[in-house]
Ligand binder design. Structure first.
Ligand SMILES: *Cc1c(COP(=O)(O)O)cnc(C)c1O
Length: 389
């Protein structure tokens, strides 16, 4: 082997340049640390990139999911469906609103929610009022099929696009959509955690084309308070602000937004680098019998990719083998229904979602991030090949 890493190679890592450091420092020297001018700037930037009418920045994507559920005003005790192969936040946010979690098993090849199974669930349970669809690893879930089902059964759709920022998706008839453009869901959420497509340290956004929902979200982000006098019931004087619903403090800071503003300028750079690295992995792994890959959607080039997942028979041993060689892979995800909290409170058990569980036993996410060098990637590849030789 020609290369030895000087420090561990993680599965994901942020890319920070001097521009970002300078922009954050400028904010620190200025007048606003929390809600300042950078926030609206970044909201406009995100809405433009994603082709959406409205974008709201919040403290993280979990908050974005929580506020999305709140804005939909679903009755307590209503149910929602999400994928068992997602981060727990996709489901937890519904629990914050006293909703009942349901899971729909994934398609074995794409690891996306299976629309045929969704239909069966919606037909048999009229208490289901929302779907949280997950663009797992950046692969777009069946947007058109799911939105059509939502219309038919009168349920809301929240797109969990934490993995898929700036992806352009092409439908069956060749029409291009930006993920989050609001044409095939009610709300879309993104995460700006350092492991995702780009980062603000922590951060999240909610996109929608529905102005009524957007107005509610704006208030909910900051305690249910509005400062717009035209909406007030009364006016006590210059100091007055009015709380009209029970909201939260889910604000993000101008410091974070400044970081985001610079990172967003690098969106295409990040997307291209990830795609190049994926193609380099593909070139080695695509024809290997001991590795199965997630099935690539059509129009692969236009999407944003977050994870490079391989499926192998002796995953646990491979994980340890790589770890000993300073390659820190990760497993995305432990099926949510198998978390002790979900088993205990909602009576889920092993065997409920066989495709998700089979996937979980075999999946490993390899290092994939913009600053991963070819030398580092080759080192990862050589070690995997050595393991199977
Ligand atoms: C990361 C992630 C979240 C949560 O994002 P935070 O910004 O960390 O709150 C939600 N859903 C999915 C699919 C994620 O990957």
């Amino acid at each position: 082997m020609t290369y030895t890493p000087s420090k561990p190679i993680p599965y994901a890592r942020q890319s920070i340049s001097d521009q970002e450091i300078k922009a954050v420092t400028e904010v620190l020297k200025g007048d606003w640390l929390t809600q300042g001018p950078m926030i609206e700037k970044v909201e406009a930037q995100i809405a433009e990139i994603c082709n959406a009418k409205h974008a709201l920045l919040v403290s993280n994507c979990t908050a974005a999911l929580h506020l999305s559920f709140l804005a939909l005003e679903l009755k307590k005790g209503s149910a929602f469906i999400t994928s068992p192969i997602s981060f727990v936040a996709s489901s937890n946010a519904g629990l914050y609103c006293d909703l009942i979690p349901k899971f729909c098993d994934v398609e074995p090849e794409t690891i996306l929610l299976n629309p045929a199974k969704l239909r069966v669930m919606l037909e048999s349970d009229r208490n289901i009022k929302a779907i949280v669809s997950v663009h797992f690893a950046g692969y777009p879930c069946y947007l058109e099929e799911i939105y059509a089902l939502a219309k038919e059964f009168n349920v809301a759709v929240i797109e969990d696009a934490a993995h898929a920022f700036a992806g352009t998706w092409t439908n069956h008839s060749g029409k291009k959509f930006k993920i989050g453009n609001g044409q095939l869901s009610d709300l879309t959420v993104f995460s700006f955690h350092p492991a995702k497509q780009f980062t603000m340290g922590e951060g999240g956004a909610i996109l929608t084309n529905n102005s009524v929902l957007f107005k509610k979200l704006e208030k909910l982000r900051t305690h249910g308070i509005t400062r717009d006098p035209s909406l007030w019931a009364q006016n006590d004087g210059g100091w007055y602000y009015e709380m009209q619903s029970l909201g939260y403090n889910y604000r993000i800071t101008d410091i974070q937004a400044a970081l985001g503003h610079e990172q967003l300028k690098r969106t295409e750079e990040f997307r291209t680098k990830r795609r190049t690295l994926m193609q380099r992995y593909d070139a080695v792994f695509a024809d290997k019998k001991f590795i199965a890959l997630q099935k690539r959607p059509a129009f692969f080039e236009d999407l944003s990719y977050h994870l490079y997942v391989v499926r192998v028979q002796n995953r646990d041993r491979l994980y340890v083998f790589l770890r000993e060689r300073k390659i820190y892979c990760q497993v995305h995800y432990i099926p949510i229904h198998l978390q002790p909290y979900y088993k205990k409170n909602f009576a889920f058990k092993k065997g409920d979602f066989p495709e998700a569980e089979k996937y979980y036993a075999e999946a490993l996410s390899l290092p994939l991030y913009p600053d991963l060098s070819f030398a580092e990637q080759d080192y990862v590849i050589e070690n995997i090949l050595e393991f199977f030789s």
